[in-house]
Design a binder for this molecule. Sequence first.
Ligand SMILES: [Zn+2]
Length: 281
Amino acid sequence: MKTNRLPILALWASVGITALTGCSKEQEAAAPVGSAASQDVKAEEAFPNQTGTVVAGKLGNEPIVYQKINGENVLEGDIILTASQVNPTGPQTESAGRNTGKWPSAVVYYTIDAALPSQTRVTSAITHWQTYTPVRFVKRTTQSNYVTFRVGSGCSSNIGMIGGRQYINLASGCTTGNTIHEIGHALGLFHEQTRNDRDTYVNILTQNIQSGYENNFVKYSTSGYSGTDFGALDFGSIMMYGSFSFSSNGQPTITKKDGSTFDIQRNGLSTGDRAGIDIMY
Ligand SMILES: [Zn+2]
């Protein structure tokens, strides 16, 4: 067991982006980089409208449930796990993400595939991250570990730095806000609603969740992750689902404890997101 808690909590819990101030109003100051009616904003999916096979596997030595779609291992809707991450007998599985998942010196090397349309989505998202966090993005030259932004069937990313080339996949419908979210995964963040303490803040209405997507709502502790939750759950986090994300019937999948619904936020990093990243990086 690692005794250094920071990489663990930052990579394997959503705590790195949990609001430390608990003041959701302050996210107004997060300089929205794009705006859309919140009800029109969808949570990110790697393969929209495709149903995969639900697989009970392991991430390192820890049990997880993910979907197998088009040969990819999809966790929480838009996180792509590598073959070695879900193969407990393969090489480099032991705490693969924990030890190698952070980008050294908070520098992410990247390329943008020439075939990707609307590349300002990427450059605007990078500018946003660089404006509000210590993370820096540098065009890759010869570095071996880097992210390539490319065309995808949905919006998706690996979790943390996985070693070698990795991808952030962007379909035409993926916005700058979605791209900011996917970069969050590439930096090592999971979704806010998977916090260990989320039951203090929200009700999960499993009966309204699209079949096969239940694992998007599983707490990291249930999935076997360890971590510590700081502050309060941040409803304004760019890594948080909205009340109607992955609903099968138009009814909410997540409500606040009082039963009220809340909007998904994909305009920019919240105050809590930025505070968490400051701790992580
Ligand atoms: Zn996501």
